[in-house]
Design a protein around this ligand. Structure first.
Ligand code: SF4
Length: 314
């Protein structure tokens, strides 16, 4: 296959923790753990160094988002991991999605928030999943933080470095803003093949690192059914331009999700008319037999996680 160089990702996802304390009904972790909670697998400092130094080497200005398949602050080294990234990447904007776990359990909640910002986080995005959730830590904060409620007029990913705490609306109120729940490729809800003729922008825009440094096609691929490579085996730009990514991009650019885990995935992307680059100035070739065969064979190298079959998968 002819090599095609993809523009750098808008977003690099970092997964401090795989696993969660909550086990919410709508989460794809239920397709990886019986209760959607434990075991908790943690990114270690060495992996953080490896990824951060590689991003620095290639000079990508992508936003860094600490999130993925678990609650980041469960990781006892979470603050150290953020510091490692900030040390290597002084200019990138850092965001975190948290349910508030560690903040709410800290002896001094203001101090923990301060430590998160000091470590390098710019934007703490708080998931408010239930009425009595850990997100209520905001009611106990004594200092005057920049706390914002997410609406259609408030950017999710602020480009400002000014510290901000952003509260997301509860899932049950999700009609208020665009927050559609996807099926996480079958791990969270049944597959729906009516989406199979839609483009998807994820592998063009996002590079998603799992806790152990491995990368799969996107964050919605909860179980890692489409593995690309691991940062300990390959340079970051070689992972980003890997032929497995390239095959998936050609399929998705040509409105074809007929390969796992995209087959039946309900994720809807925005601005898909601008693919494959930022402005839609370039094009990708049509799907060949070689591309289709490659895309449809990658799942044989996965999954990267344990699979707990959901009732609709039996
Ligand atoms: S179609 Fe779904 S699984 Fe495939 S790249 Fe897009 S979001 Fe990921």
């Amino acid at each position: 296959m002819e090599k095609i160089v993809q523009q750098p990702p808008f977003t690099i996802l970092i997964e401090p923790t795989e696993g969660c304390n909550l086990g919410c009904w709508f989460c794809g972790l239920h397709g990886m753990r019986e209760k959607g909670t434990k075991p908790w697998y943690f990114m270690n400092i060495e992996t953080a160094y490896r990824i951060a130094s590689e991003i620095k080497r290639v000079g990508w200005k992508s936003k860094i988002v600490f999130a993925q398949h678990g609650e980041p602050t469960l990781n006892p080294d979470f603050l150290e991991i953020v510091k490692v990234f900030r040390n290597y990447l002084p200019e990138n904007i850092f965001h975190i999605y948290t349910n508030g776990y560690a903040i709410n359990r800290a002896e001094d909640k203001d101090l923990y928030v301060e430590q998160m910002f000091d470590a390098g986080i710019n934007n703490i995005i708080v998931d408010c999943y239930s009425e009595n959730g850990d997100w209520n830590f905001i009611n106990d904060l004594k200092r005057s933080w920049n706390i914002v409620y997410y609406t259609n007029k408030v950017p999710l990913y602020s480009k400002s470095k000014k510290p901000r705490i952003l509260l997301l609306p509860p899932i049950q109120d999700n009609e208020k803003v665009t927050r559609k729940l996807a099926n996480h490729c079958g791990a969270a809800a049944p597959l729906d093949r009516s989406y199979n003729n839609k483009r998807c922008a994820m592998p063009f825009r996002e590079l998603a690192f799992r806790y152990d440094g491995s990368v799969s096609i996107c964050c919605d691929d909860f179980r890692g059914e489409y593995p690309i490579a691991n940062i300990f085996d390959m340079k970051i730009d070689d992972i980003w331009n890997h032929e497995r990514f390239q095959a998936a991009r050609i399929m998705l650019y040509n409105y074809n999700r007929n390969f796992r885990p995209c087959d039946g995935c309900t994720n809807i992307s925005f601005k898909v008319g601008f693919l494959p680059d930022y402005k839609g100035a370039e094009t990708l070739p049509p799907i060949t037999e070689e591309v289709q065969t490659l895309a449809q064979s990658v799942h044989r190298f996965g999954p990267l996680s344990n699979i707990v079959k959901r009732k609709w998968e039996n």
